[in-house]
Design a binder for this molecule. Structure first.
Ligand code: FAD
Length: 323
């Protein structure tokens, strides 16, 4: 049986986030030939709507309001509940992003439905869809089947591939007017920490440093390699606790969860809490002086050596390949 699936699109600073296209792909699979309706919220987002159609959305609903310029759970909650009431979907897909993690339990509790969070893959289609999600910090996976009611899932970014872009595909775009009232918080200004380069949570290549990097300056060779590969720099909590880098770089159970195509762990021992944030990366390369380091157990390629010798060699090699 086919289903109507509602998918939340996320935009940041005027651009759609990749997870929006991944959520549409997940929605297509769940819909089994039914309709995928993408929802876009903001104060001025109409111009982004057509792009969602090219990635497979059949319809796009925009809700524009000055109070939706910045995310608040109150504002987004009201807008999403209004769209859900209008559309009456059989399934809902959000990204398992900071925004998705915050708003999805609120929506689930308002609708009195279950939530299958942090889904990394889907088996089967339509009624037969089974959701696969990591448990016990990524040590095991469970398969979840929703028996009845609305299926509500959040998908982990970088795990479900978006559909190929079809430039000629056009979605039907409409707007819904929602009166956003009684906000308990109003965000006056967002002050971002200056960060350059690729967004860590969406990077295809991550070069992560641990306590073995030994100092703030020790991150420089990692940054150089990341630049050559078009990737982002990450870190273990050990490196953050030692003040070698900012906590915004922390990967793991209490940091960011990343699933890049290539993860290079340099001077990281491989504690279970770190593995929880990176063990689903497609290819893991570990560089560590200690041949017994736990990180080698999850690595596809291991290099036993001093990171300050190995990383510059890799950087030079990749530079040559790029010429
Ligand atoms: P260490 O364990 O000290 O490892 C450093 C490694 O560098 C060693 O293996 C050493 O052989 C190697 N090394 C040293 N010099 C060199 C060199 N020159 N070249 C190559 N290798 C070298 N940790 C996280 O990362 N993320 C989390 O989200 C997280 N959450 C946590 C939550 C809780 C509740 C708790 C209790 C802990 C958490 N931790 C987390 C901490 C975690 O347990 C580890 O302490 C931490 O991951 C260790 O960081 P590290 O591997 O950089 O340091």
């Amino acid at each position: 049986m086919s289903k109507k699936v509602l998918v939340l699109a996320e935009a940041r600073e005027g651009a759609l986030r990749n997870v929006s296209y991944e959520a549409i792909a997940a929605g297509k699979q769940i819909s089994n030939g039914g309709e995928v309706v993408s929802v876009l919220l903001g104060d001025s987002v109409k111009d982004l709507a057509s792009e969602l159609g090219k990635y497979g959305a059949d319809r796009v609903i925009t809700v524009e309001h000055p109070h939706l310029k910045q995310y608040t759970s109150d504002g987004y909650g009201q807008a999403l509940l209004a769209v859900i009431e209008q559309e009456d979907p059989e399934a809902i897909v959000f990204g398992h992003t900071a925004l998705g993690k915050d708003i999805s339990p609120k929506i689930a509790s308002k609708l009195q439905i279950g939530l299958v969070s942090d889904v990394t893959s889907i088996e089967g289609e339509g009624e037969a869809a089974v959701y696969i999600r990591p448990i016990y910090s990524g040590k095991a996976f469970e398969k979840v089947k929703v028996k009845d009611g609305i299926e509500f899932i959040t998908i982990r970014p970088n795990n479900i591939a978006p559909l190929a872009k079809e430039a000629s595909k056009v979605a039907d775009v409409s707007s819904l007017s929602v009166d956003i009232t009684n906000l308990r918080t109003i965000i006056k200004e967002v002050v971002r920490k200056s960060s350059e380069g690729v967004d860590l949570s969406e990077a295809k290549v991550v070069i992560a440093g641990g306590r073995g990097v030994k100092s703030e300056e020790g991150f420089a060779p990692l940054k150089e390699l990341a630049d050559v590969l078009g990737g982002a720099v990450g870190a273990s909590r050990g490196a953050c606790d030692a003040d070698y880098c900012d906590y915004s770089l922390q990967i793991g159970q209490t940091g960011k969860v990343v699933t890049p195509d290539l993860y290079i762990a340099a001077g990281i021992s491989g504690a279970i809490q770190h593995l929880a944030g990176m063990s689903n990366s497609k290819i893991i390369v570990a560089i560590n002086k200690d041949p017994e380091a736990n990180i080698f157990k999850v690595a596809d390629y291991g290099i036993v050596g001093d990171l300050f010798e190995v990383i510059p060699l890799l950087t030079e090699e990749f530079k040559q390949l790029k010429v």
